[in-house]
Design a protein around this ligand. Structure first.
Ligand SMILES: [Zn+2]
Length: 402
């Protein structure tokens, strides 16, 4: 139990107002910065103007690159080509998972000037990546993916022959993660819901992962407590601008930013499970946001895992962990493990409804496509699921959320 290795993590600056340290941190690397931003970007937040002025005062040259939607290999390649020879000292990614993943991949390839397709897992030649990467500073503005703490950039090509794969290497881990919960202020409710369910799923999946350790369990449980206290109230308050400045709203943002960060740390260390195994083909073939896949599937995936273990592996240690997760999330003691499992599934189902997470058919998924989705679900995440699921079980899991 007490044997584990901890892969490289960024230096982490967490807290309201921590974004104010960004100019100093940029300056510690040099005088030329590439800023990669996303759809809900920092440019729309009140601190943007003073950030630009501070950089100007310090004679730091700022170049911008905007990413809308989930990044594709072409987007990364075009940016790498466009910025060849700029000699950036540091790359800063500010935004949701898409912006951070794009920034991570661009920073990794700027010096090499090669296509990201050369390194992407499961497609192309999968050349060994040796760097060097330009130092990266990751600044999340949503609470979900935990990309600020991970070593992979998820890139996708969407459509019938699409894929969603990782460019993954320890050298891609950000040098700094600046997690300022106040940057979440601009998140609309549907983004809060989907990203929050992503963080929850990542925490729960890494908690029951076959690679989990005492170290990651402690972090996952702390993250689950934060999600329990903050996800639903943050969602409710995010549609009402008048309560955004209240102390309670501030606390909810802190807790969700904290939970998302921890989910990134635990997933980077011990992997995920069946929901993320399915997120790969679903996100490749259909225009479904990653967090929506997680939110819509987590309850039924948990149910299928638990049922499978009850029938085939009653001694699987993940059963006790699911029961403990139920006690944390429901804030209730259960004297019977099976009662705890039922309560956990019920709570996850209720949250899915409360957060208005749509079913898969809304994005065009049809029953006739399920076999193809199942066949493409056995990537790296599925390998750390606590039980090896049969194709029929994965199919059932999808069917219940069609
Ligand atoms: Zn995820």
């Amino acid at each position: 139990m007490f044997e584990f290795s901890i892969a490289r993590l960024p230096r982490i600056e967490f807290g309201a107002g921590s974004i104010m340290r960004l100019p100093d941190i940029i300056a510690s690397y040099g005088t030329s910065v590439l800023l990669v931003t996303g759809g809900y970007s920092y440019q729309n937040l009140p601190g943007w103007q003073s950030f630009v002025e501070t950089l100007n005062r310090r004679a730091i040259r700022l170049t911008q690159c905007k990413v809308t939607g989930e990044p594709s290999p072409d987007l990364v390649d075009e940016a790498v080509k466009a910025f060849a020879g700029h000699g950036f000292d540091v790359v800063v990614g500010i935004g949701g998972g898409s912006a951070l993943d794009a920034a991570k991949a661009i920073a990794g390839l700027l010096c090499l000037q090669r296509s990201v397709m050369d390194y992407l897992e499961g497609v192309g030649p999968e050349l060994p990546y040796e760097g060097p990467a330009v130092p990266l500073i990751a600044v999340p503005t949503t609470a979900g993916t935990g990309s600020e703490a991970t070593k992979n950039a998820v890139l996708s090509v969407q459509g019938e022959h699409g894929f969603k794969k990782s460019f993954r290497h320890e050298r891609l881990v950000a040098e700094y993660a600046i997690v300022d919960p106040e940057l979440l202020c601009s998140c609309p409710p549907d983004v809060v819901a989907a990203n929050g369910m992503d963080a929850l799923t990542q925490l729960l999946e890494s908690y029951v992962s076959i690679k989990s350790s005492a170290f990651t369990d402690a972090l996952a449980l702390s993250g689950l407590q934060a999600v329990r206290d903050a996800l639903i109230p943050l969602y409710q308050s995010s549609s009402d601008a008048s309560v955004q400045t209240s102390e309670r709203s501030r606390l909810f943002r802190e807790k969700m930013a904290y939970a998302a960060l921890l989910s990134g740390i635990t997933l980077a260390q011990v992997g995920l499970g069946s929901v993320h195994g399915l997120a790969s083909p679903l996100g490749a073939f259909y225009p479904i946001p990653h967090g929506v896949v997680c939110g819509t599937l987590v309850a039924s995936a948990t149910e299928v895992n638990i049922k499978g273990m009850h029938s085939r592996e009653p001694d699987n240690k993940a059963l006790a962990k699911y029961a403990y997760a139920a006690e944390i999330l429901c804030q209730q003691q259960f004297h019977d493990e099976k009662v705890a499992h039922t309560a956990l599934i019920q709570l996850l189902t209720e949250w899915t409804q409360e957060l208005n997470l749509p079913c898969l058919s809304k994005y065009g998924v049809e029953a006739s496509a399920l076999d193809k989705i199942v066949a493409n679900s056995r990537g790296s995440s599925m390998k750390t699921n606590p039980i090896i699921l049969h194709d029929t079980e994965i199919r059932q899991l999808l069917l219940s959320r069609l």
